[in-house]
Design a binder for this molecule. Structure first.
Ligand code: IPM
Ligand code: MN
Length: 360
């Protein structure tokens, strides 16, 4: 197959981890006989430095003319503590989500045997954890009306949702449940918020009419935050709005033992975007220490979701797992004599090359 991939490495460790994912994609090309065309474009702080805009028009064009987007990370500390900064790297990310219509953020949360003791939770609690969060990504408080009173002493953000916005992500979540353990949990705050009451109403109706074979339950977000710690194996598919999803996916990621391992997909009507869930980790930038597996597994998710390349994705996942079993681990997982970012990338790419030739 011949495909076009936009490569947005972004800030901090984004470039180093994305480079490892590219190595692995090149191994896939060779061994499975595909041709991928890569086009790099700027986003985030590096884009502000170069153009003044965190998501330049040129980058939008590159994304729109690609079949999928591989994304690194965004964010730079020089903007974090400056409440008056006029442009922020994060605005680039939000603009990109909106412009590309990426309304669903899909974050799988699963653990690896080797990481069981790295989790802040007891090993028996994290065994069998395997769930996926469907977070709504282009609505809610992130994109509502916001403002500040003239005297500066009052500020507000509004959370708005429409029936259609709720329906289109619900469809994806229920379809995913049918491929998994057939269980959806809607996380909301319907005891307080009108927007949450709309979510409940719409999801309930939609479920009854179209997915009655899937188990559906409802959980308030505060309760869900506890449950993720107390009994994470309870969950299969979590469906939720933008901000609740932002918070609980960070919480969920750490129980796996290393957030450096987790990929994510943001999809919508046109092109899909794939990125590790970790941030730009500016303190680690350029040190060749970051765990590239989140980025590498994002490439696997890209192949599977956007290109339908199931065997290729499987080969990457198997290689990541084997590399870990072989003791090829970055410092987030093994503090003594850790492997570097590039060592992990080389090892995994090599395994993908070998694995595929054995299959073929
Ligand atoms: C994420 C990030 C972003 C978000 C920030 C950087 C705007 O935390 O992708 O989860 O809140 O959506
Ligand atoms: Mn977040």
């Amino acid at each position: 197959m011949e495909k076009k991939i936009a490569v947005l490495k972004g800030d901090g460790i984004g470039p180093e981890v994305t480079d490892q994912a590219l190595k692995v994609l090149k191994a896939v090309e060779k061994t499975f006989g595909h041709k991928f065309h890569y086009t790099e474009a700027l986003v985030g702080a590096v884009a502000i430095d170069a153009t003044g805009n965190p998501f330049p028009e040129e980058t939008l064009k590159v994304c729109q003319s690609s079949d999928a987007i591989l994304f690194g990370a965004i964010g730079h500390p020089k903007y974090d503590n400056d409440p008056k900064a006029k442009v922020r790297p994060e605005q680039g990310l939000l603009a990109m989500r909106k412009a590309l219509g990426l309304f669903a953020n899909i974050r799988p949360v699963n653990t690896y045997k080797i990481l069981e003791n790295a989790s802040p939770l007891r090993a028996d609690l994290v065994q069998n954890v395997d769930f996926v969060v469907f977070r709504e990504l282009t609505g809610g408080i992130y994109f509502g009306t916001r403002g500040r009173s003239e005297d500066g002493n009052m500020a507000f953000d509004t959370c708005t949702y429409t029936r259609d916005e709720i329906l289109r992500i619900s469809k994806l979540a229920f379809e995913s449940a049918r491929q998994r353990k057939n269980h959806v949990t809607l996380v909301d705050k319907a005891n307080v918020l009108a927007s949450s009451r709309l979510w409940r109403e719409v999801v309930k109706e939609y479920h009854a009419a179209n997915f009655a074979d899937v188990t559906l339950d409802f959980m308030f977000v505060d309760n869900a935050a506890m449950k993720i710690i107390q009994q994470p194996a309870f969950f299969d598919v979590v469906l939720t709005e933008n901000m609740f999803g932002d918070i609980i996916t960070d919480e969920a990621s750490v129980i796996t033992g290393s957030m450096g391992m987790l990929p994510s997909a943001s999809v919508g009507s046109v092109v899909g975007l794939y990125e590790p869930i970790h941030g730009s980790y500016p303190e680690g930038a350029g040190l060749n220490i970051a765990n590239p597996n989140g980025a590498i597994l994002s490439a696997a998710l890209l192949l599977e979701t956007s290109f339908g390349m199931v065997a290729e994705a499987k080969a990457i996942r198997a290689a990541v797992e084997k590399a870990m079993e072989d003791g090829i681990l970055t410092i987030d997982i093994r503090r003594e004599k850790p492997n570097s970012t590039t060592e992990v990338g080389d090892y995994v790419a090599n395994l993908v090359a070998k694995g595929a030739s054995v299959v073929a």
